[in-house]
Design a protein around this ligand. Structure first.
Ligand SMILES: [Zn+2]
Length: 652
């Protein structure tokens, strides 16, 4: 198949108002909810989410672009295009970092078209990818430059389809936002090659690293070309038949041990598992395959009832970057890869759209404000790859694998561009609409416009405060009543609602307060979520944190840091004193943190012997005041020990 034989029509560039976000189910999909597009949900820069997105645009994205050049990713593509003799640099799947950064750039340019630097990156890189593409549509710099004889030869480790998937997602973003029409034809030539090779009459193979399934589903959603969806489904159907072989870690590592509809537990490499689950939901809703959706929800129950950290992180084993056994959730040895947190957010969004169930939005919020947010430094240019919940005194950093501080880049740099694409597309995850109204899932300072001319202005200092003020700016609906649905997070026990200044009693149903009215412009709604500090305990089977509490407030998990302890105090010796009240407030000594938690502590003296016969009697020493800061901010002031789970001193 040659490039000349295919001529795909490029859909007309949409206006921003119509530009769909990363996940756009077709009208025929079995989706309970429809996401608002990037132009319909606009984050203002005043709120925390808006500031994160701005930092992403101003710091993280340019930093990623610079590193793609210096780390050699762009050079690899030049070599594939025959324009450079340089040696291949980095991982064999280095192209995926280029694709993810392109995707991020497209989402960002949708709302910042004036960013000339980003625009040049998109235009130059798109043209380079077109030149690096082979005659038959194949596009992968490693298997073009280094190992052409191994093309498609090692599906268990080659990541060829994984890289293709990220290319497709970048092309979808560029086309949906109207940022560039030129990447889509490149992506489609490659996708057509995949259909030819792996389609119904082709070879029976799957990729060792799932990702192409969700990407093909989205490419289908954009183009309406059914063979892409069919291929995604075929890749799912072929999984679990041992096609990938035993490999180094066994078939559970890459979820090839059982057919996807029969699996009962999340297993293996967490990012692979979570991307696979995202693809399962996409295919399920587009094909009406309820067994596939059931399987995804069953695996959700397994993952979130026994294998998820309180920060929303996934993956408790460094070895194989994998899920552990049920309740195996050690804080200090937590792996919690940033990409797994992002993939969890993406998977939960797909389940939320499919079912409308609030629990999925709750998990999106948990992972976004904690595991995802903690992976980026305050300057937007340093990143964690693994996200432990405890860093011990004397921690010996094993380099990139368990860094004690955020690093500017990684030899396997999957995480930073993944953060960039999530943050750039964040407005697309705030709210949904259906025929009956507008549903708000994540709170932030934003303007939301639902189809039918319903516009709501949302103002809030969330997550620092639980008060969310909404004003119906345009009633829409042609004078018909419609329902404004507001999520009441699972962490919230009490809340109040008022409409037009008058308190209303509306019990939340299935996690949402639903207000049905003929809305007139100017009507205000206030949802006030009580946000006391909570002392969270883990299920007793989580041996690693038995006897400990985690301090949380609203969606934020807090932690203790060495920076807030008196000199000479060892963080591991600190206990929470249950007799002292825990409070939350702004503190003058920490002006950059809007809400700091203050608690009472005791320094335990357990002696020097490692093991003692009988129960150890800890002598409590000097009481001290404990300062807890949001986990997502840890490691920004100084390098040093940190812990989320705090041992509680025995009651006096
Ligand atoms: Zn990663």
């Amino acid at each position: 198949m040659t490039q000349q034989k295919l001529s795909h029509t490029v859909p007309a560039a949409p206006g921003l108002q119509e530009a769909a976000g990363p996940v756009a189910p077709t009208p025929a999909a079995l989706s309970a909810l429809r996401p608002l597009g990037l132009g319909q949900a606009r984050l203002r820069a005043e709120g925390l989410l808006g500031r994160w997105r701005r930092r992403n645009a101003e710091d993280t994205l340019p930093h990623c672009v610079d590193n793609l050049h210096t780390a050699g990713n762009i050079g690899n593509l030049r070599a594939a295009a025959g324009e450079s003799e340089d040696e291949f640099a980095g991982m064999w799947f280095a192209d995926s970092d280029v694709h993810k950064t392109l995707e991020a750039a497209a989402w960002q340019l949708a709302t910042s078209p004036e960013d000339d630097g980003l625009r040049s990156f998109v235009d130059d890189t798109t043209a380079l990818l077109a030149r690096a593409q082979r005659e038959d549509g194949y596009l992968n710099s490693y298997f073009t430059v280094v190992a052409p004889q191994e093309r498609w030869a090692k599906p268990d480790w080659s990541h060829e389809l994984y890289c293709a998937g990220h290319l497709f997602q970048a092309a979808v973003a560029a086309a949906r936002t109207g940022v560039s029409p030129d990447l889509l034809p490149v992506a489609r030539r490659f996708a057509d090659l995949l259909v030819e090779r792996f389609g119904p009459d082709g070879v029976e193979e799957v990729c060792g690293h799932p990702e192409v399934e969700t990407a093909l589903a989205e490419l289908y959603r954009l183009t309406g070309h059914r063979p892409y969806l069919d291929l995604a489904q075929r890749f799912l159907d072929l999984r679990g038949r041992g096609l990938l072989g035993h490999g180094r870690f066994g078939p559970r590592y890459y979820q090839d041990h059982q057919p996807v509809r029969e699996v009962r537990e999340v297993t293996g490499h967490a990012v692979r598992q979570l991307y696979l689950l995202a693809g399962m939901v996409d295919v399920a809703v587009e094909t009406g395959d309820l067994a596939l959706l059931d399987a995804a929800e069953r695996l959700w129950a397994d993952a979130f009832r026994s294998r998820t950290y309180v920060t929303g992180a996934h993956g408790s084993r460094h070895r194989e970057e994998a899920y552990g056994d049920p309740y195996e959730l050690p804080s200090d040895r937590a792996y919690g890869e940033t990409c797994a947190a992002i993939a969890s957010f993406q998977w939960n969004w797909r389940l939320l759209l499919a079912t409308g169930r609030a629990r999925y939005a709750d998990e999106m919020e948990r992972v976004l404000y904690n595991a995802v947010a903690a992976a980026v430094s305050s300057d937007g240019r340093h990143f964690f790859y693994s996200n432990p919940l405890q860093l011990r005194t004397g921690h010996a950093s094993s380099g990139e694998e368990a860094a004690s501080r955020r690093l500017p880049w990684y030899s396997c740099a999957c995480c930073p561009p993944n953060i960039a694409r999530l943050m750039a597309s964040l407005p697309g995850y705030l709210a949904t609409a259906d025929d009956g109204g507008l549903q708000i899932h994540l709170y932030g300072d934003a303007s939301l416009t639902a189809p039918g001319g319903r516009r709501v202005e949302m103002r809030t200092a969330y997550p620092w405060q639980g008060r969310i003020e909404l004003e119906v700016a345009e009633g829409g609906g042609g004078g018909q009543a419609w329902t404004l649905a507001l999520r009441v997070p699972a962490w919230c026990d009490t809340y109040t609602v008022s409409v037009g200044g008058e308190p209303v009693r509306v019990p939340a149903r299935d996690g949402y307060v639903r207000l049905t009215r003929v809305w007139t412009p100017g009507t205000t709604v206030v949802l006030d979520l009580d946000m006391p500090v909570r002392q969270v305990t883990a299920h007793p089977r989580v041996d690693a944190v038995r006897g400990c509490v985690a301090l949380t407030r609203g969606p934020l998990v807090y932690c203790l840091e060495q920076a807030d302890l008196p000199p000479g105090t060892v963080l591991e010796d600190v206990r929470l004193d249950p007799a002292v009240e825990v409070t939350a407030a702004r503190r003058e000594d920490l002006p950059d943190i809007p809400v700091v938690i203050t608690a009472g502590g005791l320094v335990a003296h357990a002696g020097d012997s490692l093991y003692t016969a009988g129960a150890r009697r800890e002598r409590t020493g000097t009481p001290l005041t404990l300062t807890a800061v949001p986990y997502f901010l840890w490691g920004n002031r100084s390098e040093g020990p940190m812990r989320v789970w705090i041992p509680v001193a025995a009651a006096g």
